[in-house]
Ligand binder design. Structure first.
Ligand SMILES: Nc1ncnc2c1ncn2[C@@H]1O[C@H](COP(=O)(O)OP(=O)(O)O)[C@@H](O)[C@H]1O
Ligand SMILES: [Mg+2]
Length: 350
């Protein structure tokens, strides 16, 4: 097949930022994690190589404002989309919407699902409607509305629509309304008044679960368990920005992850049932990674969904989707080929 890979590199996002705001992306006032969701060119190369090794013809485009013309001109059989985009809660939907408009098949969830999963509160509202367990929460706006004086602590504060642990720091876990006010004010300042979500802190064990495929053919890859006892003494047991990007480095890796998760059959089934139901309710397509955490009663809750999961190729980078796929026996190229295959089948292309 002729595949167009669409992506967002950190460099490409920096250029888009510069084009829109006229600000140098290396300016020291820019938060160090502003482009955290952008891919490294080595990841893009690895995806291209993997798709080529499956005998596909591959062309690749940065998901910027030239992508419309590039896709229209090249008319691939399918678009392999990993573009994270930069502006707004709908940024991951940009390339899929263009594909819809041009009538091009593409991998992954549709624009609505991508946008809903990026907005953690909207996503949780839908989960709650379908009685899928998720932590109680409030959205707080920079005008000050939304704050509930009776909210129960401990809680965690996160920017409403980010990923890659962006804006989630060790001190994002708070124990009182007073502490919450101070962290929320910092978050507004740092993230340009983006609303925040204040969420009950779930004290139990955490897992992340990768899925591949659709409907009854959907495969749940081996569950990954997180163990935060490896973090520096006194650190919160969360996958914070520090844990993901500072404390866990290829040259000094932390063994946070165990795959398959060492859990009993009952909990495994509970988590898998939760994951299947969540994917069905949110119309997840082809692939996704779901974060799950247990509450004080060991009931699995959905933390959030990543319908465009990170796929760093180097096992030492501890990227969870490829890790789960490797445990299931998929090489990196086989994993990506499976995504192409299930998407192609969905469109009746194979
Ligand atoms: N309600 C919560 N209770 C306990 N820990 C949480 C909660 N929400 C988030 N976390 C911790 O913060 C991490 C990052 O939060 P998450 O919502 O997954 O954001 P991201 O989109 O950046 O991955 C999670 O992996 C988990 O360790
Ligand atoms: Mg997460």
């Amino acid at each position: 097949m002729k595949i167009a890979l669409t992506y967002s590199t950190k460099n490409g996002l920096g250029k888009e930022f510069n084009k829109r705001f006229g600000v140098d992306p290396d300016d020291e006032d820019i938060p160090p994690d502003l482009f955290a969701e952008g891919d490294d060119p080595r990841t893009i190369d690895a995806i291209v190589n993997a798709l080529q090794s499956n005998n596909h013809q591959v062309i690749s485009f940065e998901g910027n404002d030239e992508v419309v013309n590039n896709l229209e001109r090249s008319r691939p059989d399918i678009v392999f989309n990993v573009a994270e985009g930069l502006f707004g809660d709908w940024r991951e939907s940009y390339v899929p919407l263009i594909c819809e408009r041009l009538g091009l098949p593409y991998t992954g969830s549709d624009p609505l699902t991508l946008a809903l999963c990026l907005n953690k509160a909207r996503c949780k509202e839908i989960l709650s409607f379908y009685k899928i367990p998720n932590a109680p929460f409030r959205v707080i706006y920079p005008q000050g509305n939304g704050f509930d004086p009776n909210f129960e602590y401990p809680a965690i504060i996160k920017p409403l629509a980010e990923g890659s642990s962006k804006g989630i720091f060790d001190n994002s876990v708070v124990y009182s309304a007073e502490q919450a006010h101070s962290v929320i004010a910092d978050c507004f300042e740092k993230y340009n008044n983006e609303p925040v979500i204040l969420e009950k802190f779930l004290p139990g064990q955490e897992f992340t679960v990768a899925i591949l495929g659709n409907g009854v053919e959907m495969e749940i890859l081996p569950i990954i368990a997180m163990d935060y006892s490896q973090l520096p003494a006194g650190a919160q047991p969360i996958y914070s920005y520090e844990a993901k990007w500072i404390w866990d480095r290829p040259e000094k890796p932390l063994s946070i992850f165990t795959c398959p998760a060492p859990i009993d059959e009952k909990l495994k089934n509970q988590i898998e049932t939760l994951v299947r139901k969540t994917c069905a309710v949110l119309h997840i397509r082809d692939w996704c990674r779901l974060d799950v955490r247990l509450d004080e009663n060991r009931i699995p809750h959905i933390l959030e969904l990543n319908p465009l999961p990170g796929i760093l190729p180097n096992p030492e980078d501890n990227s969870c989707f490829p890790k789960a796929a490797r445990t299931a026996g998929y090489t990196y190229p086989a994993m990506l080929n499976k995504v192409v295959q299930v998407a192609a089948r969905r469109y009746g292309l194979s």
